[in-house]
Design a protein around this ligand. Sequence first.
Ligand code: SF4
Length: 226
Amino acid sequence: MQIDEHIIKRLESAYPQDILRWAHATYHQRLVVVTSFQPTGIVTLHMLNEMQIRPTVITLDTGVLFPETYALMDEIEARFDLDLIRVQPELTLDQQAAIYGDKLWEHDPDQCCQMRKTRPLEKALQPYEAWITGLRRDQSPNRANTPVITWDKRHHMVKLAPFATWTEDMIWTYIHAHDLPYNTLHDQGYPSIGCLTCTRAIAKGEDIRSGRWSNHEKTECGIHNI
Ligand code: SF4
């Protein structure tokens, strides 16, 4: 499905608040936010809360997230009174290990991400017509051309990145200005946080996503492959 060029052009230079307001006015209950409670997601949830817009929020609980991430999730859920769905994989970790072998993330992280992230998300997105992500162009070369709005062929729905044009600094300035909670691992060298099995702290000067799947070529979990 094509999105109107006029809308693409208008949203490209709009403020994130205006994009979020437009998305809510256009899709109502058919709009969903997907977040892993990274800084951009927290800013998104705060802006929506300030505008008293309460879409359903989906997060992927792979079962191997950091304790700090679970604690933050609980805190934000309570603070913003979120309508939060914690989507879980079909297989428990034990069932996955019994079928595919122990620590699948070490020998086949693509398959592990497919079972614990991409497939559960595909199913969870089915009732909706548009999803909001925290993608930004400055996060990695792969994301440099992220559109603010696009047709997501894979999920058959509209995909929005209201903060596509924001930078890491802008996000942190907003978080500190509003005294928002964030994952304490960010203060310990983790700029991007996923599953604890596949995320490490990075050294100064390293790419901000280099701590993800650092023993593999893999750079994305796959949920944003269109
Ligand atoms: S990030 Fe690692 S543990 Fe998490 S789903 Fe992907 S491969 Fe599995």
